[in-house]
Design a protein around this ligand. Structure first.
Ligand SMILES: [Zn+2]
Length: 345
């Protein structure tokens, strides 16, 4: 039995719960492939799995991480869509493939849907076995660490803006934390859709970086009240769509920012998930509050094609060796990174 190194969470807690362990290299079963990972993306989701979420049970112990890029080095029986030696990215959402949701192209709504590294072993390892349906060619424009940093966040942001909020060319969108994982994806997607993009960021250097991603205006939330700034920037009209993932700290302001008929779409609540909503403003202003989590594999394949065409860019801050996974979590949690962090096994 050949051993491999992997990062396993056995109990929730701080960085010391990120254990570098050895496990046997997994073997692919029918319709599965084995990926020799070249890089692993670190997401906020990883930090939640490590810390634990009140009221939610993670199946511990498990190997962390949902995003990865590597080379197929073994294939199981019946696999026809790829072969050994292919450079691939891993699509993080696993679904049954046979239910109505799956076959309607909304596999993220499948009752058996789960995310690698959240409800089962993930990719923070030297090797991982995944369904053959969950690999796609690596965009040629990206390095392995870049390609390992895009799937989860772009898939989520695309689903929020394109499918849920139906953002259209000429509309104005506010993107919170435009240099965060989902934020930096949202700024680029909104720009490609032809929307006017207002983003927030903390500090001058982050604001400047968000501008390079295609934001037309950037609000420094450390020195400005974002809701007041949006009001000023839009001539009191407000924005058509707010891209929310911050939660408690911003949600009230996000609702106040909306124009009549506006939509707020949320995928997260990093500062807390309990908020107050004035129903008066919801009905008087005809507002929509939309939730979203993940997105479909079909949409993700389209996103990867846009990367291949050079329309989207990965925003990578740095790569770290696998054993520095704790440092990667710390950088993410303290918002010290200027973009994504990837681990190299
Ligand atoms: Zn299904």
């Amino acid at each position: 039995m050949i051993p491999m190194r992997c990062v396993v969470v056995r109990e929730h807690g701080s960085y010391d719960q990120l254990r570098l362990e050895e496990r046997p290299v997994p073997q692919p079963g029918p319709l599965q492939v084995r990926v020799k990972l070249a890089a692993i993306g670190v997401n906020h989701l990883d930090t939640w799995v490590r810390r634990g979420v009140p009221g939610h049970t993670f199946p511990l112990p498990q190997i962390l991480s949902s995003d990865g890029c590597g080379t197929i080095d073994a294939i199981g029986q019946g696999v026809a869509n790829c072969k050994e030696g292919d450079e691939v990215v891993v699509l993080p959402g696993v679904s049954c493939g046979v239910c109505e949701s799956c076959q309607s192209g909304v596999d993220h709504l499948c009752r058996h849907f789960h995310i690698l590294g959240e409800s089962g072993d993930g990719l923070c390892a030297e090797y991982a076995v995944v369904p053959a349906a969950n690999v796609a060619p690596k965009p040629r424009t990206l390095s392995a660490p870049e390609a390992a940093s895009i799937c989860l966040v772009f898939q989520t942001a695309w689903n929020m803006l394109v499918r849920r909020a139906e953002l259209r060319a000429g509309e104005t969108v506010l993107v919170h934390a435009g240099l965060s994982g989902v934020g930096s994806a949202a700024v680029q997607i909104a720009n490609v859709l032809g929307a006017q993009v207002i983003a927030t960021a903390g500090g001058a250097s982050k604001c400047a970086k968000v501008k390079t991603l295609g934001a037309h205006h950037v609000i420094d939330y450390q020195t400005e009240d974002f809701a007041a700034s949006v009001r000023k920037l839009t001539g009191k009209a407000g924005v058509n769509v707010v891209f929310e993932h911050v939660g408690q700290a911003t949600f009230d302001g996000s609702l106040r920012c909306l124009a009549r008929g506006g939509r707020v779409v949320t995928c997260g609540a990093t500062t807390g998930g309990t908020v107050q909503v004035s129903l008066h403003s919801v009905f008087f202003k005809s507002l929509s509050i939309l939730g979203a989590t993940m997105g479909s594999k079909g949409d993700l394949r389209q996103i990867l094609r846009l990367f291949d065409q050079g329309r989207f860019h990965a925003v990578l801050d740095r790569t770290l060796p696998l054993e520095k996974v704790g440092e990667a979590h710390r950088l993410l949690e303290t918002r010290a990174a200027m973009g994504r962090i990837a681990l190299v096994p």
